[in-house]
Write a protein that binds this ligand. Structure first.
Ligand code: MSP
Length: 651
């Protein structure tokens, strides 16, 4: 038995929105590869996870009124979240990493320091555009019509102290890796990387930010957080135990055999990632495979365009296996593919209901009808009639393996379906219903049915990585027990006992009425994407909810402006506690610090602590705010009569 190790990864997902079918595409492909390798007997490590830091998450959490951690938890672990989707889709990952996991955070700090100590990370100045209102830095290319891409307001030239990685130093070695090895596939992506990014000159990469705080802090320079891509890429190694004691599989599984990644992130994986690994002196992954996108109406699916396809909805309607199969069967893995409901239904009807489903149901029905479900030992082979099918099915595993080893999953499936189609033709050629009419043809009839069952079994084994649940049911119907479901047995014609007993079971893949289904799908999508109903009841909270928020009166002991921030003021407050409390508040444009000294204000003191510009804020000051007709906001910090003592609760 093959005892090789195989380490495969998917990109770790940004939990900024719910996942759509495009995300599921890569994970299903990775799962099929992982299952195929396990079937072969390899010891597999399949890693997936979530990439949870960065300004986008921080901003979204802010608008949702929750902490960034609560925000990501809600998308990753809450019911209906990422973990649930992978469970539903039968994704057999071996490890799930979240970049907010403590061990990963600490490892990233060590990795950053290591690159700083070896001189590959240095401090410099990041020049860009600054949006005062969003407190965000942008590069020229990120701007939307020269304005802030988030709020649409004017931006100004700005400079920020930042750390840089000496990417330029590794340009030659990375170019050599891309051009002279098969590190990156498909090959077309190599030219794109070399011509568009390396040849024009690789610049050093800005790898820290001070304009937001939701990231891994640079421990030797507070106020800086590590650039999210450094944090994210190293997940592939920290999840095995690199620079941490949480896991211990680095020696066993690193370097990775393959990283599956979408085409838009090939640049990060094939240029920045190897350069960083060269910097820390770690072996490089064996391969990066850049797959294409699932498109909708020719364009990329995205939440903002409102054209995402919901994998939950499709799995519910057609079954997880049919959906997994469609994704892998229809689109060559390296190219883009246009998703449509018609194509999905067509594929299910043609390949699964007609070709595979019919083969299984006709064969098991005939075995039941003519032999009571148990084939007789006596069978008559007919070389002229049988040879082609037997040879085709017997040699299928080799052709399938060849395609799978090149990550051509759709080609592997095509090989299987050519055999399935040949088997259906074999039924028509041999006309078992005529053989059944004369007693002397019974051995021949038994042999025809045996050949069909054996072909189905071999195809079933090779389809298992794509449709694990359905293939188990198929094996039960054709009487193939555990030993007949293995990789070895898929290369052995006539492994099934001659006197096999079969059971006609449920229809594995029912045919779908296209017209009716398309109508219903449209309705389901409209219902799902309909804006929240106008008559939505007001969202009441209970008195218990209200009681959870702890407001106290507070005296301002000190107040100063946070360096480099246009908005933030830092307050030191007497809240009637043993120690003064520090709270940051973005109200500098309304007040100067000296106006506020000694005032009595209201603070919420049980809000989770949060870092802003490297400083911890332990609560929130309460203000009265109103949007003005010109779109600006007016704000008044709630101030109480100075006679009110500090530390009183509000009720
Ligand atoms: N967090 C980064 C990856 C870091 S890996 C160290 C990221 N996340 S993502 O959630 O935006 O995307 C995850 C993967 O989903 C990417 O490989 C991306 O290409 C893939 N897809 C997102 N939409 C897709 C389609 N419509 N079609 C196919 N894949 C698509 O990038």
């Amino acid at each position: 038995m093959n005892r090789e190790k195989f380490y495969i990864t998917t990109p770790i997902y940004y939990p900024s929105d719910k996942l759509h079918i495009g995300h599921a595409y890569c994970t299903v492909a990775t799962d099929a590869m992982a299952r195929y390798k396990r079937l072969q007997g390899c010891e597999v490590m399949f890693l997936t996870g979530t990439d949870e830091h960065g300004q986008k998450i921080e901003d979204k959490a802010k608008s949702a009124g929750v902490t960034p951690q609560q925000f990501v938890d809600n998308i990753v672990t809450a019911p209906g979240g990422v973990l649930d989707l992978w469970k539903l889709m039968n994704i057999s990952y071996d490890r799930f990493i979240r970049t907010t996991d403590g061990y990963h955070v600490r490892a990233i700090q060590k990795i950053f320091k290591k690159m700083y100590d070896n001189g590959d990370i240095y401090k410099g100045t990041y020049k860009g555009k600054y949006c005062k209102d969003c407190e965000a830095f942008w590069t020229e290319t990120q701007l939307a019509d020269g304005k802030c891409p988030d709020c649409g307001r004017e931006v100004q030239d700005a400079e920020e102290e930042a750390y840089f990685f000496r990417l330029s130093k590794y340009a030659g070695r990375v170019q050599d890796l891309l051009e002279n090895t098969d590190f990156l596939e498909p090959r077309s992506r190599v030219h794109e990387m070399v011509n568009n990014f390396i040849k024009p000159g690789l610049e050093d990469l800005c790898v820290s930010r001070t304009s937001f705080t939701w990231g891994v802090p640079v421990d030797f320079d507070p106020g800086h957080v590590v650039y999210v891509w450094i944090d994210a890429l190293f997940n592939y190694m920290t999840a095995l135990g690199y620079m941490n004691g949480e896991h211990h599989d680095l020696e066993k599984f690193w370097p990775a055999d393959v990283h599956f990644v979408g085409k838009e992130i090939v640049r990060f994986h094939s240029i920045i990632w190897p350069a960083m690994l060269m910097s820390v002196g770690a072996p490089l992954p064996r391969k990066v495979f850049g797959h294409g996108w699932l498109l909708l109406d020719g364009g990329k699916m995205s939440k903002s365009k409102g054209n995402v396809v919901d994998p939950y909805l499709l799995s519910e309607r057609y079954g997880v296996d049919a959906l997994r199969f469609f994704l892998m069967r229809t689109f060559p893995f390296g190219s883009d593919g246009n998703f449509s409901n018609e194509l999905l239904i067509q594929t299910i009807n043609k390949d699964l209901a007609n070709d595979l489903g019919n083969l299984v149901s006709r064969t098991t029905a005939m075995a039941g009808k003519y032999f009571g479900g148990v084939l007789p030992e006596e069978q008559r082979f007919d070389e002229a009639m049988d040879d082609e099918l037997v040879k085709m099915a017997g040699a299928l595993r080799g052709r399938y393996e060849d395609a799978m080893e090149h990550y051509a999953m759709h080609k592997a499936l095509d090989e299987v379906f050519q055999v399935i189609q040949r088997a259906n033709k074999y039924i028509d050629e041999n006309k078992p219903w005529l053989l059944a009419k004369s007693p002397e043809d019974r051995p021949r009839l038994a042999c025809v049915l045996y050949n069909l069952l054996e072909t189905t079994r071999i195809c079933g084994v090779l389809l298992t990585p794509f449709m694990p649940g359905s293939m188990d049911k198929l094996f039960d119907q054709i009487g193939a027990d555990g030993a007949l479901r293995t990789w070895e047995s898929a290369a052995r014609w006539a492994a099934l006992p001659r006197s096999v007993s079969v059971h006609k079971g449920e229809n594995l893949f029912p045919r779908i009425d296209m017209e009716k289904e398309l109508k219903e799908l449209e309705q389901a999508a409209v219902q799902k994407s309909a804006p929240p109903a106008e008559e939505k009841p007001p969202e009441y909270i209970t008195i218990d909810d209200f009681d959870k928020v702890k407001f106290v009166t507070a005296k301002i002991l000190a107040c100063d402006a946070v360096p480099k921030s246009k908005k933030l003021l830092r307050f030191t407050l007497d809240c009637g506690e043993a120690q003064p409390r520090q709270i940051l508040s973005g109200i500098h444009e309304y007040y100067e610090p000296e106006q506020l000294l000694g005032k009595t204000v209201v603070a919420c003191v049980n809000l989770a602590p949060r870092k802003m510009m490297g400083l911890e804020s332990n609560g929130m000051l309460i203000s009265a705010v109103k949007e003005q007709p010109d779109g600006t906001e007016k704000l008044h910090l709630l101030m109480l009569d100075d006679g009110v003592p500090a530390g009183y609760g509000l009720c």
